[in-house]
Design a protein around this ligand. Structure first.
Ligand code: HEM
Ligand code: HEM
Length: 194
């Protein structure tokens, strides 16, 4: 006997939005891991240079994907939340998501400005060399560096709150929030933004 088909009772994000979300999540883990390993590598060693190049290259990849993601989000509205979803929770989640968008743009930009304003060329995975696109400016470089180092803690807080919220919804499972961002199921309607 065929299994009963559940009604199509909730809408998920579109395939592109999901792909971009999980791509950034994976790259975020890698870039943070590499970033945190940098201070442990002795200066003027090949190992540190490799770590720096990988960290900067993954960071710049994040910047490119984020620019595309912002444009995509601008033109593709997310699926509406269920009508009984608590307004305050929705507001908090949306503020955190907006913060994540800003942070994942500010972090790579500050990283690049730190290098460029110090007059350094940034190697993208050893394939392309990006010349400094700014005039040399030691103060700007130092400010960008300080911002880069400080902003990491906002990333930990922002991502931590986001993860905690997602997991809580998953465990409580009152609304199918996690499933909105997971691969499409038979019970999930695809969101077609108008
Ligand atoms: C989303 C993107 C990025 C994230 C989340 C990120 C995060 C981090 C973290 C967590 C650290 C370790 C900080 C510490 O020592 O406590 C770090 C260091 C560093 N990052 Fe990034 N980073 C990103 C992109 C970039 C980019 C694009 C560049 C350069 C083109 C860059 C250049 C650096 C450098 C040079 C350091 C060594 C520490 C220093 O600033 O003196 N980062 N980053
Ligand atoms: C394992 C880690 C993660 C899980 C389980 C997760 C889960 C989710 C879920 C379920 C949603 C949909 C919320 C809704 O229905 O409105 C979502 C949205 C979102 N997530 Fe994540 N996420 C993770 C990591 C990240 C990371 C690292 C970022 C960093 C940029 C991020 C940024 C966002 C943003 C900006 C949205 C809103 C999407 C939009 O409306 O454009 N997530 N996440």
């Amino acid at each position: 006997m065929a299994a009963p088909v559940e009604p199509l009772d909730f809408e998920g994000y579109g395939a592109v939005a999901k792909l971009l979300h999980w791509l950034i999540a994976a790259l975020a883990v890698i870039v943070i891991g590499l970033g945190l390993a940098i201070p442990g590598a002795p200066r003027e060693t090949a190992g540190r240079e490799v770590l720096l190049t990988l960290h900067r290259s993954v960071g710049l990849s994040i910047l490119a994907v984020m620019v595309f993601r912002v444009a995509w989000r601008w033109t593709h509205k997310p699926p509406p939340l269920p009508p009984d979803f608590p307004k305050l929770v929705a507001l908090t989640a949306h503020l955190d998501q907006a913060l994540l968008y800003v942070l994942f743009l500010v972090m790579p930009i500050s990283g690049y400005v730190n290098a460029a304003a110090a007059g350094h060329t940034v190697s993208f995975f050893g394939i392309v060399s990006i010349p400094p696109l700014l005039a040399e400016n030691v103060r700007l470089s130092q400010t960008a560096d300080a911002l880069h180092l400080a902003m990491q803690f906002f990333i930990y807080l922002g991502v931590g709150a986001h993860l905690a919220g997602a997991l809580l919804h998953f465990i409580v499972a009152q609304h199918r929030i996690m499933e909105r961002m997971l691969p499409q199921r038979r019970t999930q309607r695809r969101h077609d933004p108008a």
